[in-house]
Design a protein around this ligand. Structure first.
Ligand SMILES: Nc1ncnc2c1ncn2[C@@H]1O[C@H](COP(=O)(O)OP(=O)(O)OP(=O)(O)O)[C@@H](O)[C@H]1O
Ligand SMILES: [Mg+2]
Length: 333
């Protein structure tokens, strides 16, 4: 899978999302570059408030005021810039090209509508024709793909367990065969066993549909099992991208190193290091590298210079002055 010739499905360049508040502008997504390959499972991690949800909402034009997309492009493989879509094109793009399983998805189901009706409504709203029977057959097939029995179509959300609701949301998300599935902490509210089962289903679906999945989460263990590549966000910046094995074995950014070493393991039971220092204020960000006030390896120039991107092989990059040689300054991966 580490093939430099892998085809790119989505090329995100210089993505900027700002929240304009009374206390100033928060750069929630700060000049993010990311290429997602066709058919890959990519994991996006980072502490709360680092901009993970904001980044995926931007791709679907779902940022609400006071937020706005302040810059950048997101070029899909057919050449369309998702960020420049307007009006009806935005809606058409959703589900067909890009679908989302939102954070807290289980609560996004309509409580007064049967599951089957919700899924067929979604299909019809996207202009797909069909008789009642044809739609019902499609619903059954979609439920089957997420390992739910056909009878579930007749049930209301409150009659489903948390895991079943989450599966129903996934069925709805894949109803129009998207090429990219954005899954925002799809299992965070569920118990560990159900989490693993749902991740397994998502993985099988991704393989069947040959879709790309961008999975957002905090749980590094779950990420390590699911993803082929991971990206680490800090304060709206994507500070490191790499293959899951490389990032876990040999993290390059000091923040990633701290994240990895804070994962409890059998060998280090009881020692939970955590990450020193307080979280960053986006309204009053430090100069230079955003991580420098918490970075154990900070150098004098880290409070002054902003790091660019330094390539790490063919699959990733890091944004840290420790890795920047004079000639690679500002180079993009
Ligand atoms: N409505 C808003 N008004 C002002 N700032 C906002 C608003 N929504 C989000 N932000 C800013 O965007 C930043 C990123 O938020 P986001 O929800 O994308 O983080 P996240 O990485 O998804 O966090 P979590 O892991 O908790 O879901 C926040 O730190 C906050 O500063
Ligand atoms: Mg979030």
């Amino acid at each position: 899978m580490s093939d430099s010739a892998r085809e790119v499905l989505l090329d995100i360049q210089g993505l900027e999302v700002h929240f304009e508040t009374r206390r100033g502008i928060a750069r929630a997504v700060n000049d993010v570059d990311l290429q997602l390959y066709k058919g890959e499972r990519f994991g996006l991690v980072g502490e709360s408030g680092s901009g993970k949800t904001t980044m995926i909402l931007a791709l679907l034009h779902m940022i609400k005021t006071p937020g706005l997309i302040a810059g950048g492009r997101a070029i899909f493989d057919d050449g369309t810039d998702l960020l420049s879509l307007r009006g009806d094109e935005v809606r058409k793009n959703r589900l067909r090209r890009v679908a989302m399983v939102p954070q807290g998805a289980m609560n996004s189901l309509n409580p007064v509508m049967r599951i089957g009706d919700q899924i067929s409504l979604t299909i019809r709203e996207h202009g797909e024709e069909g008789t009642k029977q044809e739609l019902a057959a499609r619903v059954t097939q979609l439920l089957d793909r997420v390992e739910l029995k056909p009878e579930v179509a007749m049930l209301y959300p409150h009659e489903l367990s948390g895991g079943m609701k989450q599966r129903a949301c996934i069925a709805q998300a894949i109803s129009l065969g998207p090429q990219l599935i954005l899954a925002d902490e799809p299992t965070s509210a569920l118990d560990v066993v159900v989490q693993r089962q749902i991740m397994q289903t998502l993985r099988e679906l991704q393989l069947q549909l040959e879709a790309t999945v961008l999975l957002v989460g905090h749980d590094m263990g779950l990420m390590a099992q699911f993803a082929e590549r991971v990206g680490i966000m800090y304060g709206g910046k994507l500070v490191e991208v790499g293959s899951v094995t490389e990032v876990f074995r040999n993290p390059q950014h000091p923040y990633t190193q701290l994240l990895i070493s804070s994962i409890p393991s059998f060998e280090r039971r009881g020692i939970f290091k955590g990450i020193p220092g307080v979280g960053l204020s986006l309204l009053d960000p430090p100069s230079g590298c955003l991580f420098h006030p918490r970075c154990p390896q900070a150098m004098e120039r880290c409070s002054r210079d902003e790091p660019g991107l330094t390539s790490l092989g063919t699959e990733g990059h890091v944004s840290c002055l420790l890795h920047e040689k004079e000639e690679t300054h500002g180079t993009s991966a």
